[in-house]
Design a protein around this ligand. Structure first.
Ligand code: FE
Length: 140
């Protein structure tokens, strides 16, 4: 497995994340569908990793999937995520993790819309959001 660029002990992650974020991001949990505050977000901007702040998805690729989880048909750049085969819960799925900190984001499926046909099904709690008008201002 590729090295993460940000390495923290699980104790450190616990201290910087909320319990729900920790459960999803570090223990590969799944939030309840329709529970996240970014599912209905239609503002223009950039979705970031909630754990390390890396920019992951653009609002331009977000679409209404009906699943209850924020869904995107593409990543800002393929090097922002790593994909792992996930055979848990008797399903064959592809897990999506942040390439910078290794945190769990969600899964990607092949039933997305054009032009990619991909559906990145991402936990809202794994994401941060920067509105377009705030982009370019001082970060972190
Ligand atoms: Fe990250």
């Amino acid at each position: 497995m590729a090295q993460n660029k940000i390495e923290k002990s699980e104790e450190d992650w616990k201290s910087v994340l909320t319990p729900e974020q920790y459960h999803v991001l570090r223990q590969k949990g799944t939030e309840r569908p329709f529970s996240g505050n970014l599912y209905y977000n239609k503002e223009k901007g950039i979705y970031t990793c909630a754990a390390c702040g890396q920019e992951l998805f653009s609002s331009d690729t977000k679409f209404e999937s009906g699943t209850g989880w924020p869904s995107f048909y593409d990543v800002i750049s393929s090097d922002r995520v790593r994909l792992h085969e996930d055979n848990s819960y008797f399903m064959k799925r592809i897990e999506v993790v942040c390439s910078r900190c290794g945190s769990h984001l969600g899964h990607v499926f092949e039933d997305g819309p054009e032009p990619t046909g991909q559906r990145y099904c991402i936990n809202s709690v794994s994401l941060g959001f920067t509105k377009e008008e705030d982009a370019g201002k001082e970060k972190e």
